[in-house]
Design a protein around this ligand. Structure first.
Ligand SMILES: [Zn+2]
Length: 143
Protein backbone atom coordinates (compact mmCIF):
# COMPACT_ATOMS: atom_id res chain seq x y z
CA UNK A 1 0.00 0.00 0.00
CA UNK A 2 1.34 3.35 -1.05
CA UNK A 3 0.42 5.27 2.08
CA UNK A 4 1.76 2.59 4.39
CA UNK A 5 5.23 2.85 2.89
CA UNK A 6 4.93 6.64 3.02
CA UNK A 7 4.12 6.45 6.72
CA UNK A 8 7.09 4.16 7.27
CA UNK A 9 9.23 6.82 5.65
CA UNK A 10 7.79 9.51 7.88
CA UNK A 11 8.53 7.38 10.91
CA UNK A 12 12.13 6.83 9.78
CA UNK A 13 12.71 10.53 9.21
CA UNK A 14 11.21 11.63 12.48
CA UNK A 15 13.50 14.04 14.34
CA UNK A 16 12.91 16.03 17.53
CA UNK A 17 9.25 15.07 17.57
CA UNK A 18 8.74 16.37 14.07
CA UNK A 19 8.37 14.67 10.74
CA UNK A 20 10.04 15.90 7.61
CA UNK A 21 7.78 15.51 4.61
CA UNK A 22 8.53 15.96 0.96
CA UNK A 23 6.52 18.71 -0.70
CA UNK A 24 4.30 17.16 -3.39
CA UNK A 25 4.36 20.40 -5.40
CA UNK A 26 8.12 21.02 -5.64
CA UNK A 27 9.95 18.18 -3.86
CA UNK A 28 11.50 20.45 -1.21
CA UNK A 29 11.19 19.69 2.50
CA UNK A 30 8.05 20.48 4.46
CA UNK A 31 8.45 21.41 8.08
CA UNK A 32 6.05 22.00 10.93
CA UNK A 33 5.31 25.72 11.18
CA UNK A 34 3.39 27.74 13.75
CA UNK A 35 1.23 30.47 12.26
CA UNK A 36 -1.66 32.66 13.35
CA UNK A 37 -4.01 30.17 11.68
CA UNK A 38 -2.50 27.17 13.47
CA UNK A 39 0.21 24.57 13.09
CA UNK A 40 0.75 22.73 9.83
CA UNK A 41 3.47 21.38 7.60
CA UNK A 42 4.53 24.03 5.13
CA UNK A 43 6.97 23.94 2.23
CA UNK A 44 10.35 25.47 3.18
CA UNK A 45 10.36 27.46 -0.08
CA UNK A 46 7.18 29.37 0.92
CA UNK A 47 6.01 31.86 -0.39
CA UNK A 48 7.45 30.61 -3.68
CA UNK A 49 5.61 27.32 -3.16
CA UNK A 50 2.44 27.02 -1.12
CA UNK A 51 2.59 23.27 -0.52
CA UNK A 52 0.99 22.39 2.82
CA UNK A 53 -0.25 19.45 4.86
CA UNK A 54 -2.27 19.61 8.07
CA UNK A 55 -0.99 18.06 11.28
CA UNK A 56 -2.55 16.26 14.23
CA UNK A 57 -2.44 17.72 17.76
CA UNK A 58 0.69 15.65 18.54
CA UNK A 59 2.50 17.20 15.58
CA UNK A 60 2.38 14.16 13.33
CA UNK A 61 1.14 14.69 9.77
CA UNK A 62 -2.61 14.31 9.21
CA UNK A 63 -3.16 12.42 6.01
CA UNK A 64 -0.86 12.42 3.05
CA UNK A 65 0.34 15.63 1.41
CA UNK A 66 -1.26 16.17 -1.96
CA UNK A 67 -0.28 18.46 -4.80
CA UNK A 68 -2.35 21.58 -5.50
CA UNK A 69 -4.77 19.74 -7.77
CA UNK A 70 -5.31 16.96 -5.24
CA UNK A 71 -5.86 19.46 -2.43
CA UNK A 72 -8.48 21.29 -4.50
CA UNK A 73 -10.22 17.98 -5.26
CA UNK A 74 -10.17 17.07 -1.56
CA UNK A 75 -11.80 20.39 -0.64
CA UNK A 76 -14.52 19.96 -3.24
CA UNK A 77 -15.11 16.32 -2.28
CA UNK A 78 -15.36 17.33 1.38
CA UNK A 79 -17.88 20.06 0.64
CA UNK A 80 -20.12 17.67 -1.28
CA UNK A 81 -19.79 14.94 1.31
CA UNK A 82 -20.52 17.34 4.17
CA UNK A 83 -23.88 18.21 2.59
CA UNK A 84 -25.04 14.70 3.47
CA UNK A 85 -24.77 15.22 7.21
CA UNK A 86 -24.95 19.02 7.44
CA UNK A 87 -28.36 18.78 5.78
CA UNK A 88 -29.50 16.68 8.74
CA UNK A 89 -30.57 13.82 6.46
CA UNK A 90 -27.82 11.54 7.82
CA UNK A 91 -25.66 11.64 10.92
CA UNK A 92 -22.00 12.28 10.30
CA UNK A 93 -21.04 8.73 11.30
CA UNK A 94 -23.78 7.23 9.13
CA UNK A 95 -22.53 9.26 6.17
CA UNK A 96 -18.97 8.07 6.77
CA UNK A 97 -20.21 4.48 7.14
CA UNK A 98 -21.89 4.63 3.73
CA UNK A 99 -18.84 6.24 2.17
CA UNK A 100 -16.60 3.50 3.54
CA UNK A 101 -18.82 0.84 1.98
CA UNK A 102 -18.88 2.70 -1.31
CA UNK A 103 -15.09 3.12 -1.32
CA UNK A 104 -14.48 -0.43 -0.02
CA UNK A 105 -12.38 1.02 2.77
CA UNK A 106 -12.08 0.66 6.52
CA UNK A 107 -12.64 3.64 8.79
CA UNK A 108 -8.85 3.89 9.22
CA UNK A 109 -8.28 4.44 5.50
CA UNK A 110 -11.39 6.45 4.76
CA UNK A 111 -10.17 9.99 5.34
CA UNK A 112 -10.44 12.76 2.81
CA UNK A 113 -6.90 13.88 3.68
CA UNK A 114 -5.57 10.56 2.37
CA UNK A 115 -7.48 10.47 -0.88
CA UNK A 116 -5.94 10.95 -4.28
CA UNK A 117 -7.68 12.82 -7.06
CA UNK A 118 -9.42 9.72 -8.39
CA UNK A 119 -10.73 8.81 -4.95
CA UNK A 120 -12.01 12.37 -4.49
CA UNK A 121 -13.93 11.98 -7.74
CA UNK A 122 -15.47 8.80 -6.32
CA UNK A 123 -16.50 10.74 -3.20
CA UNK A 124 -18.14 13.37 -5.38
CA UNK A 125 -20.02 10.74 -7.41
CA UNK A 126 -21.21 9.13 -4.18
CA UNK A 127 -22.20 12.41 -2.55
CA UNK A 128 -23.84 13.97 -5.59
CA UNK A 129 -25.80 10.75 -6.16
CA UNK A 130 -27.20 10.76 -2.63
CA UNK A 131 -27.93 14.48 -2.81
CA UNK A 132 -29.98 13.85 -5.93
CA UNK A 133 -31.86 10.88 -4.45
CA UNK A 134 -32.72 12.70 -1.23
CA UNK A 135 -33.11 16.17 -2.71
CA UNK A 136 -30.28 17.63 -0.62
CA UNK A 137 -28.91 20.97 -1.65
CA UNK A 138 -25.25 21.65 -2.21
CA UNK A 139 -24.51 24.67 -0.05
CA UNK A 140 -20.89 25.20 -1.02
CA UNK A 141 -18.14 26.81 0.99
CA UNK A 142 -20.29 29.74 2.12
CA UNK A 143 -22.24 27.44 4.36
ZN1 LIG B 1 6.95 23.09 -2.23
Amino acid sequence: MLHESLEDNMEAERTFGEYILECPDCGAEMRLVNTSVGRFYGCVTYPECRGACSCKPDGSPAGIPGDAETRAARVEAHEWFDVLWKSGRFTRSAAYGMLQKFMHMTSDDCHMGRFNKHQCEQVMIFSKGLCKIYGLRYVGSNY
